[in-house]
Write a protein that binds this ligand. Sequence first.
Ligand SMILES: [Zn+2]
Length: 80
Amino acid sequence: MSTELKPCPMCANHAAYVRHAAGIKGTMGYDSWHGISCKSCGVSIGTSDRRFREKEEVAAAWNVRAAAQIGLDREGEGKE
Ligand SMILES: [Zn+2]
């Protein structure tokens, strides 16, 4: 449960997990899921599409996006 989040791809500031929920807890309509949001600029994933049931899933998606946009992940890929 300790997947480290890469910095925000837009502003490089700290990003944090956000727990989303809809409906009334304990009823059939209740739903909850995970998202990640940048505290500084507000960039987020998983806010409304409810794709991410586990923190690890949303963390992986966030980190891929962060790495793709600002090229943080330079090591371990075999590229130069
Ligand atoms: Zn940001």
